[in-house]
Design a protein around this ligand. Structure first.
Ligand SMILES: *Cc1c(COP(=O)(O)O)cnc(C)c1O
Length: 403
């Protein structure tokens, strides 16, 4: 057992690199009889010998757990791992990424509040903005993701919260977190950033000025496509507010899922490092292919937001997308021919995963809505796994071959 609190004088763990923190952070709870791994604690409630000691834990005077909808030791280990990797004061978790998004928004917003975000957020998040927030009297302004002047102008009109997601899904647009956080703070608004695509290995939104960072842990954090989860990190008062809301909505992370996420996260830095390298190599190769009309990857010098990406990210991530000359018919043909890719609505796993927006990120939208968002039907989202990059390139080559 390693005591992370002992690892650096100031308790920030700033002396340790992300690859080390991926392995060790959050693993210093109370192991069962010397177990080196975080135990899966499947107990709905926690018993106490007397009311006094029970009260101490219930009132937060002593550490411990009361009921697993609120807190659970396995879930706490997961929260601690994400918290330390994001360099946050505090963290909480959720049953899914969408539970993280919805609980955060509903916990922090009330009727009459105004939110500013962009058109390119994750499909489920976009549905919250278009349907569910307006239904309870929250005004939502969605701006053109690439137009920072427009976003700044919308923020300057006054708002309670600015919601960012960068890079975006599926066209990998990049938003300037520092610039938009400054605009938000000038009007007293909170900034929430969805860091799912970048991961804390490539980008730390809190260090760039955001107030809260959230994740669909289902994707890169877990990395093995076998568990759903969500996380939120930030200042303790903000996290406490969202945590108390989540206690009541009951969107709690299951201990088995938390265990799988903790195990997956040990290789986070290793996986993401490999995925960064492979994605860049594949994006460069795709640019040279006659079958490909456009490649979307922030690591490419030709990407319109490459400069911002290079400034705020340490790596450009494992997801890219590309548009085929042949449109949706060609997308269907190429996807069917890929040997080394799951055709599935997921991303961020050890296996490569490919799919069109129509069945993945924007399945909730109509063709017209996708078009309005600038998501062409000829697009393939390609989440690069940890396979050999040369094998993946040869697989794409054979899939393109028979035109
Ligand atoms: C998948 C995803 C979500 C939602 O996460 P779930 O775990 O599927 O609920 C939110 N944001 C982004 C960017 C995602 O990719």
């Amino acid at each position: 057992m390693v005591d992370m609190k002992r690892s650096s004088e100031d308790g920030t763990n700033a002396d340790l690199a992300p690859a080390t923190l991926s392995v060790w952070a959050g693993e210093d709870g109370s192991p069962v009889q010397g177990a080196t791994q975080v135990p899966i604690v499947y107990s709905a409630a926690y018993g106490y010998p007397d009311v006094e000691s029970w009260l101490d834990v219930a009132l937060g005077r002593a550490p411990g757990h009361i009921y697993s909808r609120n807190t659970n030791p396995t879930v706490s280990a997961f929260e601690e791992k994400v918290r330390i990797l994001e360099g946050a004061d505090s963290a909480t978790s959720f049953s899914t990424g969408m539970a993280a998004v919805s609980n955060t928004l509903f916990a922090l917003l009330s009727a009459g509040d105004r939110v500013v975000s962009v058109k390119d957020t994750y499909g489920g998040t976009n549905r919250l903005f278009l349907d569910f927030l307006p239904r309870v009297g929250i005004e939502v302004k969605l701006c053109d993701t690439s137009d920072h002047e427009q976003i700044e102008a919308a923020i300057a009109k006054g708002c309670r919260l600015v919601y960012l997601e960068t890079p975006t899904n599926p066209t990998l647009k990049v938003m300037d977190i520092a610039r938009l956080s400054a605009a938000a703070h000038a009007v007293g608004a909170l900034v929430v950033a969805d860091n799912t695509f970048a991961t804390p290995i490539n980008q730390n939104p809190l260090a760039l000025g955001a107030d809260l960072v959230l994740h669909s842990a289902t994707k890169f954090l877990g990395g093995h496509a076998d568990a759903l989860g969500g996380a939120l990190c930030g200042a303790s008062e903000l996290i406490a507010k969202v945590y108390h809301y989540r206690e009541i909505t009951g969107a709690s992370l299951d201990p088995m899922a938390a265990y799988l996420l903790v195990r997956g996260m040990k290789t986070l830095a290793l996986r993401v490092g490999r995925q960064n390298e492979s994605a860049l190599r594949i994006a460069r190769w795709l640019q040279e292919q006659p079958a490909v009309a456009a490649v979307y990857y922030p690591g490419l010098e030709t990407h319109p937001h490459h400069d911002v990406a290079a400034r705020q990210m340490r790596g450009f991530g494992g997801v890219l997308s590309f548009m085929l000359e042949g449109g949706f018919e060609e997308v269907k043909r190429v996807l069917a021919r890929l040997r080394l890719a799951h055709r599935a609505a997921n991303l961020g796993a050890v296996e490569t995963i490919a799919g069109p927006p129509a069945t993945t990120s924007h399945v909730e939208c109509t063709v017209e809505e996708r078009e309005a968002m600038g998501i062409p039907e000829g697009l393939i989202r390609y989440s690069v796994g940890i396979e050999d990059a040369g094998d993946l390139i040869r697989d794409l080559e054979q899939a393109f071959a028979v035109a």
